[in-house]
Design a protein. Structure first.
Length: 220
């Protein structure tokens, strides 16, 4: 009975760990004079092959499915928020084929390019969120894509007082510094191996639990 219980626990641990191994999470931060943010970007971890800064050359992108963290617009809204789903983009979107927001004010694709550098980790569509109360925020890049400025700036826009394409700037007017990192957690490959290890352990416990006894049972 004890071994069957251990088998069950090992299986539970396996199925709890392996899905986590399939999630891609990144931390994104930017600190400008007019806008700053510290965000956790969760993706579906499904690599897409889409046109990059050179439309003739495909690069790897991931769809951001939800965002958590903080942002602060100087002279405007500031918010700390729990995990919030992005507004789903239409199928087949890329930097040159963007989705319109429900109110038609924004175009977006929610794509993240983690293998790129500088402001090319986002495109001109960027990430689009609608918060409770109807506040809308779009964070995007001038690097490439439809209506792109073709520069090194990130931008933000909302459905309030900052509805223009606002470049995120340093004190000298240059592009604000940003950073993108994998979240501090075991790598997906490590988690997957850990989970399959538990699966193997469950198999061993099961074999031991059902193995016939080698000692005869007395009828006395």
């Amino acid at each position: 009975m004890k071994k069957l219980t251990l088998t069950f626990l090992a299986l539970v641990m396996t199925f709890a760990i392996v899905p986590a191994a399939l999630a891609g999470t990144f931390t994104y931060s930017i600190d400008g004079q007019n806008f700053s943010a510290n965000l956790v970007l969760n993706t579906d971890n499904t690599a897409l092959s889409v046109p990059g800064s050179d439309p003739a050359v495909d690069i790897e992108a991931y769809t951001v499915t939800s965002v958590a963290g903080t942002f602060d617009i100087v002279g405007g809204p500031s918010e700390t928020f729990a995990d919030t789903p992005t507004v789903p983009a239409a199928g087949g979107v890329n930097a040159y084929n963007l989705t319109y927001s429900p109110d038609g004010k924004f175009i977006f694709d929610n794509l993240l390019y983690p293998e790129s550098s500088g402001n090319e980790i986002l495109d001109s569509g960027g990430i689009f969120l609608i918060f409770s109360g109807g506040y809308e925020l779009n964070i995007f890049s001038g690097a490439f894509g439809t209506s792109s400025a073709g520069n090194q700036y990130y931008y933000f826009a909302d459905n309030g007082s900052f509805d223009s394409n606002n470049p995120i700037i340093e004190s000298n007017g240059g592009p604000a510094v940003d950073g993108l990192d994998s979240a501090t957690a075991p790598e997906p490959g490590s988690l997957f191996l850990f989970g399959t290890g538990f699966l193997g352990l469950a198999f061993v416990f099961y074999r031991e639990a059902v193995k016939p006894s080698l000692h005869p049972v007395s009828n006395r």
